[in-house]
Write a protein that binds this ligand. Sequence first.
Ligand SMILES: Nc1nc2c(ncn2[C@@H]2O[C@H](COP(=O)(O)OP(=O)(O)OP(=O)(O)O)[C@@H](O)[C@H]2O)c(=O)[nH]1
Ligand SMILES: [Mg+2]
Length: 424
Amino acid sequence: MDILNATLQQLTDQAQRLSAVTGIVKHSSHDRFFLVLGKTGSGKSTFVARCTGKDVKIGHGLYSCTLSIDTYSYTVPNPHNRHASRRIHLIDCPGFNDTNRSDIETLGILASYLGASYANSVRIDGIIMLHPITDNRIGGSSMRNINMMKKMCGWASYENLAVATMMWPQAGVHDMAALEQREAELFTDQRFLGDLVTKGAAIFRHNESGRRDVNEETSSARRIIAHLIAKSDTNSTPKVLRLQREIIDEGKTLGETAAGIAVARDLYAARKEHERQLRDLETELKAKMVKAEEEKKALQVSMQEMHEKEEKAWMEKIEALDQQFCAKIAQKEEELEELGESIREIRQDAMISRQSVESEKEFAEHEEIISNTRREVVEARDAHGKLKAQAGNIANGAANGIAAGIATSVMTGVLAGTFLCTVM
Ligand SMILES: Nc1nc2c(ncn2[C@@H]2O[C@H](COP(=O)(O)OP(=O)(O)OP(=O)(O)O)[C@@H](O)[C@H]2O)c(=O)[nH]1
Ligand SMILES: [Mg+2]
């Protein structure tokens, strides 16, 4: 209940604060209204808090903190009336390219409040645009906020615009020359703020010492607002934002305003870019599928080749063995022939010399050698016969094993959903 009550109180306070901006509560002609713009996290709420001394919600996380418009005011002496003071209203706005909201939503929030204030005769007397100098490059959301501001204002002169660079570091902790070069680029390059500076925008360094001292920050913020107050005092006709004119005077829809067209163009460009990325991805995917199919085929072909190669290798081994057997058998048969010849000679010699005992001994030795050689020949022929009988089976067995391997590897690839099967 306490949380609900607190939320209700916060909403009531915010509505009351906004009633001045929307013109529900009447204000003096000496009061001033200034928009505080800048990318998310650029320090807008901190700036408003320092300047007004009010308790403004400040974000310290990565997400954007200020989700809608809010306004805080403070009182300064009134140079036009010594007996009265004037109220300075600072309108804390959400940034574009926000983490929580689309640019269309942000533009819608700004258009509805600014439209209402214009319709109720509240004029925006000036704008303060904050830019963190720590941004490594001026692009992305900084660029987006600068462009949107240009589209929303559409002024011929920007004398009531103050651009303040923020987040200056303390001396010595950063390459100041690099920051100063970045600052010069920001204010001279026409794509950034150069064109607005040419048209009278003032340049400030907010909290230049980087000390984060509340008093210093307050006087720095007030110095910038004092400049805008002075400008609005000399410029008798407060400027109307193009966005206000388009919405209220010309009755345009949000999408027909210059800012809305810019958002739509960016959305269109973003859509085109996403479509291009999608097409690239599809092309890449198709190329990968074709490659995978080729690799699958290459695998089959290489396995097929391996099959044939291995079968050939086995046949060559068998042929070589066959030749060795044939050579061995031929050699042994030759030896048998020679031994038979030699035995015949021994017999003749024995008959002539009648040395029967000696001859019988030699004859027996030869007979034994012949018998061994005959056995070797028989064994070699047996083995050769077996080789011939088995040759087909051996070669086919090895080759069939590879063929089975082809089928298994292809099947495994298919089952695993991958065609990238590597054969080692
Ligand atoms: N160093 C440094 N930090 C700052 C300065 N001003 C604000 N910050 C810090 O910047 C962070 C964001 O500040 P906010 O004031 O919430 O910024 P914002 O622009 O209102 O952010 P959103 O509401 O999210 O768009 C906070 O941590 C602040 O303390 C500054 O001048 N110097
Ligand atoms: Mg904020």
